[in-house]
Design a protein. Sequence first.
Length: 398
Amino acid sequence: MNLHEYQGKEILNSFGVRIQRGIVANTPEEAVEAAKKLTEETGTGWHVIKAQVHAGGRGKGGGVKLAKNLDEVKSISNDILGMMLVTPQTSAEGKLVNQILIAEDVYYPGDSEPNEFYMSVLLNRATGRNMIMYSTEGGMDIEAVAEETPHLIFTEEIDPATGLLPFQARKVAFNLGLSGAAFKEMVKFVTALYTAYDKSDSALFEINPVLKTSDDKIMAVDAKVTLDDNALFRHKDYAAMRDEREENPIEVEARAAGLNYVDLDGNVGCMVNGAGLAMGTMDLIKQAGGDPANFLDVGGTADAQRVETAFGIILKDPNVKAILVNIFGGIVRCDRVAQGVVDAYKNMGDKINVPIICRLQGTNAKEAKELIDNSGMEIISATEFQEAADKVQEVLEA
Ligand code: GDP
Ligand code: MN
């Protein structure tokens, strides 16, 4: 689950990571109030107005602007709120800006060249360890840095048994070329950042830029946080931060129905029970020359109601040209699932306008196949896994 910058910063702040202070606003009037409050608290007269959308590169798209007085706060807020923000990370139509963050200006006018660093914490899947990735080349596109000057990106891996060790935090500060007070601040920053990542069960923390101010403070100016969905049950307060306006509407509907659905680019809709079988099914579709349109795990109880809901969700994707149902009947009997598929098909009538290939294996598989074959519905049954994938290809090529 992705968070907005302001939410990510709240989490960072709660773990003692220094952040550029800010207040979120929904209207230009709220923005002005926020700016006044920040001036009282921080003494800043200048503010940055930052669009809150789940996409990076906002600065490049005109979603981050400096306001030098309250009139500018109001007019810039008015411009950014409600705009369709297009950035290198959004679609061509962009993302609607519902909220803005009014933040203190931390790039002090006296700073000839602000020191911006890049820092992220994430899992290195190859080694199974968390790592801190950091660079002196902050504030810009880190993908471009990785492409053109890879030697300027450092990584520090963390042993899960010991956690981040003090010498590692010092090494980060050293490699970033810091000394004196800034060095000490960076050690504190890295240590608190890693703790925040670890304790919040996050999958990614990306701070770009991390700023060194002229008075040697180190702070997070931006925050991209991705939480691990599977750990949300133990962070109710973070789970409440979900902003469904930012998410894929089909995925939102599937979650509400208790289905595990991920939208993909292909044209073969998949309805499978169990995440492992779902992955295997997607692999086999690919191998047969097709392309999965989604990952969908309907879970253990594949009854008619669930199957119908799942069909409905798969069919919302206009790219779907065929549906493969691949269900293993272990606890749930195949003939019950087959009945569910047939009933759902009947109920949905002409809403189902693509061929369905149905493979049911396990308890009562034979009865299930007979039920499908004798249903009079246009459902193609299959027994073997490969056979099912091949039949999908056949209908696509027909
Ligand atoms: P992103 O473009 O979505 O990554 O958004 P960021 O939060 O990283 O902001 C983009 C850029 O805006 C930063 O790299 C800074 O150069 C600039 N910026 C952010 N905060 C301030 C600020 O307080 N003052 C000034 N002058 N510029 C800022
Ligand atoms: Mn950024």
